[in-house]
Design a protein around this ligand. Structure first.
Ligand code: XIL
Length: 321
């Protein structure tokens, strides 16, 4: 009897954000990705600073490694991300130019990257995190240089470069409450109504064990009500959102986390099949999660522990379907 895995059990693609250095150097990590997941997102390897470090220099080495790994192992590759206010190389943050020069920079980057991966990357987070917590447009370098319509044009540029790629608007905080969620849904709806080629919404869902089921359900169900494809694109469930430096993992915390993972999977599994692009966890195990280093605290947000073993959260995911 074949062993149960996430990819074999879940009725939609199950992905993870993958770190290319670990993929190269750590066979436990690599084997776990091969075994459990059928979709992968590059944690950092396709971001602007990684692939386009100087004006006329592209470096696809790590991204190619990830794409080759995916092809050899039958995994779907989701591209992340063509436009973001972070992970910009100095040449972009220091760039001096007219509005037309900035437009050209935006277009050239998007089209170079999407064309390069045409036929290998099936979908892209075209624009990431363009809305702020208060529902206004984030005051990013892109907004400052190009105005709010850069978002729609970014989708058009990506679509021109690969008409077959599925294009997503990706952001966090749909589950925080109505303010940011409504702003995001208004944005994507208006793009859709204008005929901009947008196929889906990425709900990052960097969430916490104390988040209410009502907020999580609203995030998923109201996004699905747009009719667009829904990708839970960066799922992790923090156990230590209050930054308690002395906290340790307990089975009680693990059980609460399992219940929350189950709720998210169950809610997602109930949206129409045709809209289920998949669920992707942000990273693979508690050892490689971005949360402890990014927030400088102990935490255990993922379904595998630091020894690559399945946690209660793993069973919670399986129990959601
Ligand atoms: C994070 C990576 O995990 C880190 O390694 C990197 O230092 C910063 O970016 N939202 C996103 C992801 O869209 O790209 C971020 O990834 C996490 C938050």
């Amino acid at each position: 009897i074949a062993e149960t895995t996430l990819q074999a059990t879940l009725p939609f693609p199950m992905g993870a954000a993958v770190n290319v250095s670990l993929l190269k150097s750590n066979s436990n990590y690599r084997n776990l990705v091969v075994k459990e997941f059928n979709s992968i997102t590059a944690e950092n390897a396709m971001k602007f600073a990684s692939v386009h470090p100087s004006k006329d220099v592209y470096n696809f080495a790590d991204a190619d490694y990830l794409v080759d790994f995916a092809k050899a192992n039958g995994k779907r590759v989701h591209g992340h991300t063509l436009n973001w206010y972070k992970s910009l190389p100095d040449w972009v943050t220091n760039f001096q130019g007219t509005t037309a020069d900035w437009e050209n920079l935006l277009k050239t980057h998007i089209q170079a990257v999407v064309s390069y991966f045409k036929g290998k990357v099936v979908s892209w987070d075209v624009v990431n995190e363009a809305i702020d917590e208060d529902g206004t447009m984030r005051n990013s370098i892109w907004l400052q240089k190009l105005g709010a319509d850069y978002i729609g044009r970014a989708f058009q540029y990506a679509h021109e470069a690969d008409p077959d790629a599925l294009l997503f608007y990706n952001d966090y905080g749909h589950e925080f409450g109505p303010t940011k969620r409504i702003a995001i849904l208004n944005l994507v709806t208006s793009l859709k109504n204008k005929g901009i080629p947008i196929d889906g919404i990425g709900l990052q869902m960097h969430t916490r064990v104390t988040q209410s089921d009502a907020n999580l359900a609203s995030a998923i169900n109201l996004a699905a009500a747009t009719g667009l494809k829904i990708h839970i694109s960066e799922l992790d469930i923090a156990l230590n959102p209050d930054n308690n430096q002395a906290l340790t993992y307990t089975s009680a915390l693990g059980e609460q986390q399992a219940v929350k993972y189950k709720f998210i999977v169950k809610t997602y599994n109930a949206i129409p099949k045709s809209q289920q692009f998949g669920i992707t966890t942000w990273n693979v195990t508690d050892a490689d999660s971005w949360i402890p280093s990014n927030y400088n605290r102990p935490d255990w947000p993922l379904p595998f522990d630091a020894q690559y073993q399945r946690k209660a959260a793993y069973q919670g995911i399986l129990d959601g379907v």
